[in-house]
Design a protein around this ligand. Structure first.
Ligand code: GLN
Length: 510
């Protein structure tokens, strides 16, 4: 087995290799070598501990468990996931050098499953952004074209998985940060139903929206990772105390491709007639072709109108910064990471102000100011209160689409993003253009419903994502439809989606 064989495998292929005599240490080494050779260009990791990963892999080999479940499979975690004894920065200077004393539940569950942590991935600071250019530690590049962004805020995770630097990774999605980077790098990314994956130990951005989920090369891989991290957690007060639906089995069955009996609603407000402003034609074409493919597999398709979706962007950009301004108040230079100006001559307020001034980047400051303003008395009803009302209207649109007596749809679909990956630097000084990258992903976030992005072809040689949204707790439907689409497209192409990655990039550069 060569390194490139190993780093191109799906998780079931890695499991089979382990059962066939490959070692967890050998697999970890193949990934670590590839990281060493190519991550100087990609910039997908913030922290890799080669020795620790190899030691852990050797321990799994020694236990004799490698190849059972996820034992011995490497994994990467977005740096917003707290890891005991392993540096965790959330992409911010203010947390530089912080080694958390505990594991997030997501990290603990993956550890308990005997996966091998390769490292922590780059991200927009505190998960605020759509391009990973807001990281305090440098940009991450898209393996499809290193002059373009890998999406954000989970762009380190998306670039690592697409580039073969991890078989899969954990991302977090507050307004689209799993689905949008997955779409722009040709991956499968799923935002679970709000409350179905624990938030314990995720550094909070907007608590009523944040959700961790899988980013993977195939729908089945995503389902396997989701099953490993999901389910009730008493340490998270918003965790849903209900069993996770069966996901991997659903992905396997979905790949059989029979969608008869399923009704798909195409959301008019997300790229439909009269709503194409800002959408690239290539994205709309790939989306339309994918809908036709699903129809050919037996699904009923009709257009559905969700009028309040038009207001998702302004509502999100009031709610998320409001919650962020409150969550980020804990970074005061006293408890964690950076402390500036503590020279004995300055009082506590000055030290806090200096620390926050130097520790936070421009986008984070913009959100804190915006959120504090929106929450201030006198403006609360005009901004935050109104945004919460819009949030309710968006939930009602979803309910109406899914529940309508006899005429309800099973899933709603749209493009995942209005455009393909944009060039580095092209939007970073224009926050509103950057925010527009989330146009299609925000409604599901605000309503707390599950949504998946699955590749649906290329436009100008760059990946296009197809989004499938389902009612709360029906994450299995997302996987079923995504698996059917993936299988039909793979069959038509005769290869997996990522096999199209240009080899000059796949080879990477040291
Ligand atoms: N891009 C959106 C934002 O900047 C979403 C981020 C996310 O989902 N973490 O808020």
């Amino acid at each position: 087995m060569t390194t490139s064989d190993v780093t191109g495998m799906t998780v079931p292929e890695l499991q089979a290799a382990l059962q066939d005599g490959a070692t967890a240490a050998g697999i970890a080494e193949a990934y670590l070598d590839r990281i060493a050779a190519t991550d100087g260009t990609l910039g997908s990791y913030l922290h890799v501990d080669r020795e620790a990963a190899l030691e852990r892999a050797a321990a799994v080999d020694a236990s004799g468990n490698a190849g059972t479940g996820l034992a011995g499979i490497p994994v990467a975690l977005k740096d917003v996931v707290v890891t005991a004894g392993v540096p965790t920065t959330s992409g911010s200077r203010i947390l530089e050098g912080w080694k958390p004393p505990y594991d997030a539940t997501v990290a603990a569950r993956l550890k308990a499953a005997d996966t091998v942590l390769l490292g922590k991935t780059n991200m927009d600071e505190f998960a605020m952004g759509s391009s990973t250019e807001n990281s305090a530690y440098g940009v991450t590049r898209n393996p499809w074209d290193p002059e373009r962004i890998p999406g954000g805020s989970s762009g380190g995770s998306s670039a690592a998985v697409a580039g073969g630097l991890a078989p899969w990774a954990i991302g977090t999605d507050t307004g689209g940060s799993i689905r949008q980077p997955a779409a722009l790098t040709g991956l499968v990314g799923h935002k679970p139903t709000y409350g179905s994956v624990s938030r314990y130990g995720l550094i909070a951005f907007s608590s009523s929206l944040d959700q961790a989920g899988p980013m993977a090369r195939t729908v089945l891989d995503a389902a396997l990772l989701h099953e490993a991290i999901g389910g009730h957690d008493p340490l998270d007060s918003t965790s849903i105390d209900a069993p996770l639906p069966v996901l991997a089995e659903c992905a396997r069955r979905g790949a059989d491709g029979d969608l008869s009996g399923l009704t798909i609603g195409v959301v008019r407000e997300l790229g439909g007639e009269g709503h194409t402003d800002g959408y690239e034609q290539g994205v709309l074409d790939r989306f339309t072709e994918a809908v036709a493919l699903l129809e050919s597999l037996g699904a009923q398709v009709r257009e559905v109108s969700c009028p309040a979706f038009d207001l998702a962007l302004p509502a999100y950009y009031l709610i998320a910064p409001s919650e962020a301004s409150s969550n980020l108040s804990r970074f005061d230079g006293v408890r964690y990471g950076l402390r500036v100006g503590d020279d004995g001559a300055r009082d506590l307020d000055e030290v806090m102000a200096l620390t926050r001034e130097q520790g936070f980047g421009a986008e984070v400051k913009r959100r804190i100011i915006l959120g504090t303003y929106a929450l201030s008395s006198g403006y609360y009803e005009a901004y935050y209160g109104q945004a919460q009302k819009v949030r309710t209207l968006i939930s009602r649109d979803f309910n109406a689409a899914f529940d309508a007596e006899g005429t309800g749809v099973d899933v709603l679909v749209s493009p995942t993003t209005p455009t393909v990956a944009f060039p580095l630097g092209s939007r970073v000084d224009d926050p509103v253009a950057m925010y527009a990258a989330d146009l299609c992903t925000l409604p599901a976030s605000l309503a707390g419903v599950p949504a998946i992005s699955v590749p649906c072809g290329l436009s100008d040689g760059l990946p296009v994502g197809f989004q499938i949204m389902a009612p709360a707790l029906a994450d299995d439907r997302c996987y079923r439809v995504a698996a059917a689409l993936e299988a039909a497209q793979d069959a038509a192409r005769g290869s997996r989606f990522l096999d199209q990655l240009p080899s000059r990039v796949a080879e990477g550069a040291a």
